[in-house]
Design a protein around this ligand. Structure first.
Ligand code: HEC
Length: 183
C-alpha cells in the first residue's frame, strides 16, 4: 500500500513537471522561435520529417503501377492537369520555382530530382492525400484517379523533358502573365 502511494506521488510529480515544461515551451520559448516562412528547416527537422513521411507513405501506399501508358496524348493530359494544379507551387518545369513569388515553409520540393525514390503507388498516395502541415494539398477528393495517374506520368517525365518541351516551357516562364501561364 505504502509502495503504491509513493508510486502515485512519483507519477503525479512527473506529470506536473511535464505540464510545467510544456507550458514554458508554449508560452515562453515557442513565441521566440522564428515562425516566418522564409526560414529554412534545420537538418534535425529535415531528418525527422523525411523519416516520418517515408514511413507513413510506405505503410499506406498501394503497390500499384501506373495503369496509364505514357503515350503522347496521356502525357499531354497529364501536363494540362499539372499546369492547372501543380505548377503554381512546383514551377512549370518542376524546379520548385513557384509562380506566386513567395516562400514556403517547408519549402516546395523540386520534382526534377529525387522522385525516382518513390514508387507509382507512393506518388499516387502523396498526391491524393496531401501532406499535413505543409502546403502540399490533397487532390484525391476533387480529382479522379485517372487525372492523378495522368499527372504522375507527367511528373515522372519532367526530369526527361525534350529540348523542345524545355524551350516551350522556358518561353512561357519568360512570359510573366501568370493567368496566361496557368490556362
Ligand atoms: C500550394 C502549393 C502546392 C501545390 C499546388 C502542389 N504542391 Fe506538391 N508539394 C508542395 C510542398 C510544399 C511540398 C513539400 C512537402 C514536404 O516538405 O514534405 C510538396 C511535395 C510534393 C511531392 C513529394 C515530393 C517528395 O519527394 O517528397 C509530390 C510528389 C508533389 N508535391 C506533387 C504534386 C502534384 C502532382 C501537384 C499537383 C497535382 C502538387 N504537388 C501541387 C506544395 C504544393
Amino acid at each position: 500500500m505504502r509502495l503504491f502511494a509513493e508510486f502515485t506521488k512519483f507519477l503525479l510529480a512527473g506529470f506536473g513537471a511535464i505540464v510545467i515544461l510544456l507550458s514554458v515551451a508554449v508560452l515562453i520559448v515557442m513565441p521566440r522561435m522564428r515562425w516566418n516562412a522564409t526560414a529554412r528547416p534545420s537538418p534535425a527537422e529535415n531528418w525527422i520529417a523525411g523519416h516520418v513521411l517515408t514511413a507513413w507513405v510506405s505503410m499506406n501506399a498501394s503497390r500499384e503501377h501506373n495503369p496509364i501508358p505514357a503515350t503522347p496524348e496521356n502525357l499531354r493530359d497529364g501536363q494540362r492537369v499539372y499546369e492547372q494544379h501543380c505548377a503554381v507551387c512546383h514551377g512549370l518545369g518542376g524546379n520548385a520555382q513557384n509562380l506566386l513569388g513567395g516562400d514556403f515553409y517547408p519549402p516546395v520540393i523540386s520534382l526534377n530530382d529525387g522522385l525516382t525514390g518513390w514508387s507509382d503507388g507512393a506518388l499516387f498516395f502523396i498526391v491524393s492525400s496531401g501532406i499535413r502541415m505543409t502546403a502540399m494539398p490533397a487532390f484525391g477528393t476533387k480529382h479522379s484517379a485517372y487525372e492523378l495517374w495522368n499527372v504522375i506520368l507527367w511528373i515522372r517525365h519532367l526530369p526527361r523533358l525534350t529540348a523542345d518541351e524545355r524551350a516551350a516551357i522556358q518561353a512561357r516562364i519568360e512570359n510573366r502573365n501568370v493567368d496566361e501561364l496557368l490556362h
